[in-house]
Design a protein around this ligand. Structure first.
Ligand SMILES: *[C@@H]1O[C@H](CO)[C@@H](O)[C@H](O)[C@H]1NC(C)=O
Ligand SMILES: *[C@@H]1O[C@H](CO)[C@@H](O)[C@H](O)[C@H]1NC(C)=O
Ligand SMILES: *[C@@H]1O[C@H](CO)[C@@H](O)[C@H](O)[C@H]1NC(C)=O
Ligand SMILES: *[C@@H]1O[C@H](CO)[C@@H](O)[C@H](O)[C@H]1NC(C)=O
Ligand SMILES: *[C@@H]1O[C@H](CO)[C@@H](O)[C@H](O)[C@H]1NC(C)=O
Length: 189
């Protein structure tokens, strides 16, 4: 039980989805990056939240779209070089509180990749979209070139279904055979 997370989730209790702009919701689908023969099972999967504790989820992927979670953007006050804001990647999991994509929950930047979480009240911020889908800037307020994000990795892992990881681009290890490199593309609903 993580008391700090529970406290931050409770602190958010005044922030309801009604006060957020959920007009343009989407589901996130994996698209296999080219050159990965034999890994087709990791493409065309939908992002799902797998409950791991109060206000905590691991980001996993299912083939069946009916479990896909509904995402939306909440602009932050930090802008990209093109003047567009970075956003928090929020999800409507059906309750009154938004959940946040948390790329650095484990904050182990000495590893080459780490699991991604979907937590109540504690996200990473620094997200943006381009034509390759959802991207993360690890330090949106930092100098250009400070981005450690090296893409999304999907692996057979501890929930018995494919699970989402973020790669750090300081490392150039080949992805394990039980994993695939993917893009996460928004499919608007
Ligand atoms: C809500 O989001 C939509 C789509 O991104 C945008 O067109 C609209 O201006 C936003 N509304 C507010 C109040 O920010
Ligand atoms: C997807 O899940 C829904 C809900 O459990 C179920 O009704 C449906 O049959 C599933 N579809 C497939 C193709 O398995
Ligand atoms: C969403 O953005 C609004 C306006 O910037 C801000 O007041 C609110 O705290 C944000 N909510 C979350 C959950 O980040
Ligand atoms: C942006 O928002 C954060 C958190 O709400 C605040 O600490 C910071 O001062 C704001 N920065 C600007 C430039 O408004
Ligand atoms: C999208 O952004 C990522 C991260 O900065 C970058 O690696 C990728 O090349 C970009 N994709 C396109 C199509 O510009």
């Amino acid at each position: 039980m993580h008391f700090s997370t529970i406290i931050s989730a409770l602190a958010l209790a005044g922030t309801t989805l009604a006060s957020l702009n959920t007009t343009r919701e989407y589901e996130l689908r994996t698209q296999l990056k080219p050159g990965q023969e034999g890994k087709e099972r990791f493409g065309d999967l939908w992002l799902v939240a797998s409950h791991t504790g109060a206000g905590l989820n691991d980001a996993v992927l299912y083939a069946n779209r009916s479990y896909a979670i509904k995402g939306f953007e909440n602009a932050t006050n930090i802008t990209q070089s093109d003047g567009q804001p970075f956003f928090n990647q929020l999800f409507d999991l059906g309750g009154t509180l938004p959940y946040d994509l948390n790329v650095a929950a484990y904050a182990n930047f000495y590893a080459a990749w780490e699991p991604v979480r979907i937590d109540g009240g504690s996200g990473s911020g620094g997200f943006f979209m381009n034509s390759s889908g959802l991207q993360w800037n690890s330090d949106p307020s930092g100098p250009a070139g400070s981005n450690l994000f090296g893409g999304w990795l999907v692996c057979d892992w501890w929930h018995g279904v494919p699970q989402l990881f973020a790669k750090w681009n300081d490392y150039h290890y080949e992805s394990p055979c039980s994993c695939a490199d993917v893009d996460l593309l928004p499919v608007y609903i």
